[in-house]
Design a protein around this ligand. Sequence first.
Ligand code: ATP
Length: 327
Amino acid sequence: MTSAVTMRGVSRHFGSVRAVDGVDLEIREGEFFAMLGPSGSGKTTCLRLIAGFEQPTAGHIEIFGETAEGVPPYRRNVNTVFQSYALFPHMNVRENVAFGLRVKGVGRAERARAAEEALALVELAGYGERRAGELSGGQRQRVALARALVNKPKVLLLDEPLGALDLKLREQMQEELRRLQRALGLTFVFVTHDQEEALSMADRVAVFAEGRMQQVGSAEEIYRRPASRFVADFVGSSNVIPADLAGAGPAGAWASLRPEDIRLDPAGRAARVTGRFFHGRVVKLHLDLGGQHLTALVAPAETLPEPGTETRISWDLGRVHVMEAGA
Ligand code: ATP
């Protein structure tokens, strides 16, 4: 397996701020890799380090096995798509897409051909003459993508590229990005703070907090076997409760229990309902189990327990994940 990007002990400190702190990471060629974490956790700085817009204060970065040290951004075989798109509003779509090629000295005819090809990839064939300022948000996003793809990068870095889109468009673009990534066989490194987006799109996800990588693995691994309380809580808002209360381990250890794995069960354990919230396809219940707060997601039904009453709940022990002490 070829490594597209390797980070070894990489840090980027700004004075006393440890934006990125000792990250070891290998991104494989051809994978859709997501960096997930709350605001300020160091995702963007990580991306900027790979792109070459930032230099590490410690550690080492390799791109396709070659050191990135001293290699300027435009010679790194990587391209970035920013959330802000950064299109030139006075230029038309074709000129925007071909801009990078013009800077590199590619001739006019070849530029037009390459721009048309990139626009077709993002399903904007025939939009070349439009002014960028006249496009919708979703179309601008596609132009920004075409502008990166036209350079034929081996690695595409995407910094919250869908953050400015409304939910429906966002879901459509998620599918489209996935399709493009598969069709072109490129390596995508995708930054997001949206856990659903990361889990649904990526082959592997790295979870960041406070400049450190907390866990890396497939969506399934991260979701089912969180390595720490932070990951369990951030990804899927798990219930983190004492393992003995979950019936899954010794006192002192912690367990995570997914809200959707808790079910109403007349033969289960008694819990008090402290809140009930209708969310369309699911109902969220707040529960008190022996003084411990739990959230459960259950299917809407006519006979759901009322807040203030007692109900009975159970879960499969196989769904409970026990975390190492101190995690
Ligand atoms: P967001 O989702 O909000 O963009 P992020 O996870 O991408 O957050 P970064 O932008 O990488 O986080 O920032 C990590 C930390 O480093 C933050 O505390 C930020 O304020 C700090 N930081 C980033 N760039 C600089 C800079 N040029 N100078 C000083 N501090 C910086």
